[in-house]
Design a protein. Structure first.
Length: 191
């Protein structure tokens, strides 16, 4: 039951983008098309889950025993940067169209505050290794859900007749705000 609550909380109640407002740059930049959003979401799920696994091990088996916990942030950034490079190489070889579509946003996963923030939060909350990975994967699924919802809405809005001054980024910001309000409505379900 604890894992189910953790998953629901991470995906819906405390959605990293729409409630905690982390990872806004790729959220607004990549959410123009559903396919691109799904690709970015899968990359973030992979990076965030694996990053939490590795950072848990580094923190508990290297930093704590050596009493160098202050190196947590820099070591976590190195792990995330390495994993993003692996994803970038794989996508470039396996799915070049998605690699091109993601463009600059793929390497920006490294600086995505959500990826680093979740790794640090998992350490602060003293999750076990399994809980840490489940938490990270759930947060990443929530990130992907937000991206796909936003992309679907933006694709539909592109087909509508909207005022000239609201087309593009202004309408995207209004839509993101309304979507965020909708997700904040889940906060009464799970505490």
């Amino acid at each position: 039951m604890e894992y189910i609550l953790l998953i629901i909380s991470a995906v819906l109640v405390n959605n990293v983008v729409l409630v905690q407002f982390l990872g806004i740059c790729p959220f607004l930049g990549v959410s123009g098309k559903i396919n691109t959003s799904l690709g970015m979401g899968m990359a973030v799920i992979f990076v965030m889950s694996l990053a939490n696994l590795v950072t848990y091990l580094i923190y508990n088996y290297v930093l704590l025993p050596l009493h160098i916990e202050f190196m947590q942030t820099i070591s976590f950034i190195f792990v995330i940067a390495f994993l993003v490079q692996v994803v970038e190489i794989i996508l470039k070889k396996a799915v070049p169209a998605l690699y091109q579509a993601l463009g600059i946003y793929l390497p920006l996963i490294t600086t995505n505050c959500a990826v680093l923030g979740i790794a640090i939060l998992a350490v602060q909350k003293e999750y076990t290794i399994v809980m840490s990975v489940v938490y990270a994967a759930s947060i990443a699924v929530g990130f992907t859900l937000a991206l796909i919802l936003m992309a679907g809405i933006r694709e539909q809005l592109a087909l509508t007749d909207t005022p000239k001054n609201m087309k593009g980024f202004p309408l995207s910001l209004v839509t993101a705000g309304l979507l965020s309000l909708a997700f904040m409505g889940f906060s009464g379900i799970v505490k």
